[in-house]
Design a protein around this ligand. Sequence first.
Ligand code: XMP
Length: 317
Amino acid sequence: DWTPISFVEDTIEQMRAKLGNDRVVLGLSGGVDSTVTAVLLSEAIGDNLHCIFVNNGLLRKNEFEGVLEQYKGMGLNVKGVDASDRFLSALAGVSDPEQKRKIIGRVFIEVFDDEASAIKEVKWLAQGTIYPDVIESVSVKGPSATIKSHHNVGGLPDFMKLKVVEPMNTLFKDEVRRVGSALGIHPDLLGRHPFPGPGLAIRILGDITAEKVRILQEVDALFINGLREHNLYDSVWQAGAILLPVQSVGVMGDERTYEQVVALRAVESTDGMTADWVHLPYNFLAEVSNKIINRVKGVNRVVYDISSKPPATIEWE
Ligand code: XMP
């Protein structure tokens, strides 16, 4: 029977047999999947696992610094690389969602490749792919592909010449968390909501600028911290804010304003394949909305997304 402990034990054994004394490189994203993969592999092969944590400039507020510290505290062999400027310049003027994903995927591979080639004799690329990623990626290849391409799955340019190892590609999200718990990973890290690889880029509708990223980071932090303060964070599967390419009229004192609209999204789900919007308490939504409008310059209106998946997706792009 499948248990988290048996999965850990079996996988450690399999990974030792498969990887031997080889060096392995892994890209940490700050998310649950890559974190659990890293800890699992680190248990199996120790410092032969070389982790790279890239700041693409599209992470949540303070995420890069905070999570890098946590990783180091967990004893992972990790290098933090701040490539924000490189990503933002490559994205300048781009509005199309799939273009954004492609650019982010390409720049990530370039940055990652630079770092990976600095590791002597590295033979393997480890990825935190989980089962739902595998299914959606396969669907993308179908003739009536409507599902978005997930850039972080299976993609590996030939020139990297690395073999791919994906120890968790049979697991669903809840199983990943249970495995992480069996590995002794802190519940706060394990309980983190999923966050897409392209990050805030696909939550800024239209083109991306450093200023829009900053606004969305502020809005998102107020929403997410609010969920934590009200003990709602753990009852939500995924939450985030979306910066809309829409301005609306508002009023502040005697002045008319013409500023951005943001949408808040919070969903319940088990694997991200289907999802329902969370019926967050009105008083919570009221408080967060007030905070956002009062504190984030440039935003004068907040709306709440009440769409289910399907037919709406979780992300807006
Ligand atoms: P959708 O929007 O398709 O999202 O309902 C389902 C889940 O997948 C995440 N997502 C992504 N993750 N790269 C990722 O790593 C992507 O391009 C991507 N697009 C969506 C989304 O956040 C949700 O958890």
